[in-house]
Design a protein around this ligand. Structure first.
Ligand SMILES: C[S@@+](CC[C@H](N)C(=O)[O-])C[C@H]1O[C@@H](n2cnc3c(N)ncnc32)[C@H](O)[C@@H]1O
Length: 176
């Protein structure tokens, strides 16, 4: 069932802003996943957190990715990578908004046009610079998440495959 609930107010108790639209979530999950570790950052609140990976890179803050030792044998080779794609689970984000009003844009934006943590499956990604590997702990620059955020996956970043120099987000480039 997907009944729409369009917001009418900025009531902080509802956690929804004027112009935002929530839907009823499905009554079951389609898959399960394993968190493979935790991310340690200096940031305890959203307001302290970098807003995106670029801000995180520019801050130069080194964060640590603590991979569960169970997965230790999956790590060799990672230490040879200069950059990694890190996928993480935004565990403190709501999941039911289809239209959001991000503070920086001030008007309603459809969820899948945004990099907001608020989405049905709150998976975030960042391309990080790998500084050091110590056992199953990775030291990286480029994360924008709260301390304790669960880790979903780590993949090598291939500039030959993943970099598209002329990629464009039209609505963002064209906004006034
Ligand atoms: C805009 S998201 C971008 C995430 C990722 N770089 C991406 O593009 O998928 C980053 C913001 O999510 C919020 N955030 C960070 N960690 C979170 C968590 N564990 N749960 C919910 N929100 C989080 C913070 O406000 C942070 O500034």
């Amino acid at each position: 069932m997907t009944s729409d609930t369009t917001s009418q107010s900025n009531d902080p108790a509802s956690g929804i802003r004027d112009g935002e639209v929530a839907v009823a979530l499905p009554d079951h999950f389609d898959a399960q996943l394993y968190f493979i570790g935790r991310i340690r950052t200096p940031w305890k609140t959203r307001s302290e957190c970098p807003k995106n990976a670029r801000q995180a890179r520019e801050s130069g803050t080194v964060c640590t990715i603590e991979v569960d030792p169970r997965w230790q044998q999956a790590l060799p080779g990672v230490e040879t990578c200069s950059h990694l794609i890190v996928l993480y689970w935004m565990d403190r984000a709501r999941r039911d908004l289809v239209v959001q009003v991000p503070a920086q844009y001030g008007s309603g934006k459809p969820t899948f046009s945004l990099r907001s943590p608020v989405r049905p499956n709150p998976i975030a990604l960042s391309v990080v610079e790998l500084r050091k590997v110590e056992g199953s702990t990775l030291h990286v620059v480029g994360l924008d998440c709260l301390d304790g955020t669960p880790l979903v996956d780590i993949k090598p970043y291939f500039s030959s495959t993943d970099s598209i120099a002329d990629a464009r987000v039209g609505w963002h480039a064209d906004r006034r």
